[in-house]
Design a protein around this ligand. Structure first.
Ligand SMILES: *Cc1c(COP(=O)(O)O)cnc(C)c1O
Length: 247
């Protein structure tokens, strides 16, 4: 595989360390321990060389990808020491491809039980279990992805089903993308999407078989607020890799 240029490597390292420094500063100012917050670089549309540069120079292990085909191709060429997070929309017919990626660490956009059961059943014996975050549609808009925030019974039910019938999956918590309106408002009030994710976490945290839970919330333009509200993982693309072309 080609290597990123010396200049590109330096840029990526500086960007990553800059974001990490902001996370640390922000966590400290809110009385939190920065080590409990994972910075997930989101590398969609970015070349495998960029990922390799961060992996080799800073030992970064976790990376997030949005498209199954792109992830399959990157996972096949990059070191197996990478821990992949799938954070995109998942179609039923792509689940088999995802299941075959041995170092798939986490699926963050799970929302329906049938798909998770399929992933569970297709996961090869001997491969690590896949960690699962349920994506919550925190604004309750019908057209958005994820389980509706308002339907807590349905969320609890899905959690119970995963825990009791999917031995190859580990339920780990929740993820939201949230709305532009909430992440760009300037009145200083808490972000409602993040608030609602915390609420959902609290509603299931004492269920049987459920361990320590993660909250994946916050992106390039709102991760500091997300940390203030309890995020344990921020997903950052643009602030590390630069602007992307859109489809
Ligand atoms: C692209 C993407 C990100 C990263 O967004 P940036 O604004 O570039 O930081 C985070 N989460 C999800 C689900 C994404 O699709």
């Amino acid at each position: 595989m080609n290597k990123a240029t010396v200049e590109r490597c330096a840029e990526l390292v500086a960007n990553y360390e800059g974001v990490l420094a902001r996370i640390t500063k922000c966590a400290t100012s809110y009385g939190r321990n920065a080590s409990e917050i994972r910075l997930l670089p989101v590398s969609k549309y970015k070349p495998a060389e960029d990922i390799l540069a961060l992996h080799e120079q800073l030992n970064i292990e976790h990376f997030g990808e949005n498209y199954v085909q792109e992830l399959v191709s990157k996972a096949s060429t990059l070191p197996k020491t990478i821990k992949w997070h799938f954070i995109g929309a998942l179609q039923k017919n792509k689940i088999k491809d995802l299941a075959k990626i041995e170092n798939l660490y986490m699926l963050e956009t799970a929302s329906d039980y049938a798909k998770m059961k399929k992933l569970n059943d297709l996961r090869q014996e001997g491969f690590p279990k896949v960690n699962i975050l349920l994506q919550i549609n925190t604004l309750n808009e019908e057209q958005k992805a994820g389980l509706l925030y308002s339907n807590k019974e349905a969320i609890v039910e899905v959690v119970k089903q995963i825990v009791s019938t999917c031995p190859n999956l580990v339920f780990k918590g929740f993820m939201t993308i949230g709305s532009i309106e909430e992440s760009t408002k300037t009145d200083g009030s808490p972000n409602k999407d993040f608030q609602r994710l915390v609420e959902i976490r609290d509603a299931v945290k004492d269920l049987e078989g459920v361990g320590e839970l993660e909250l994946s919330m916050g992106m390039s333009n709102d991760f500091e607020e997300a940390i203030r509200q309890g995020s344990t993982q921020v997903r950052v693309g643009t602030a590390i890799f630069g602007a992307r072309y859109t489809k």
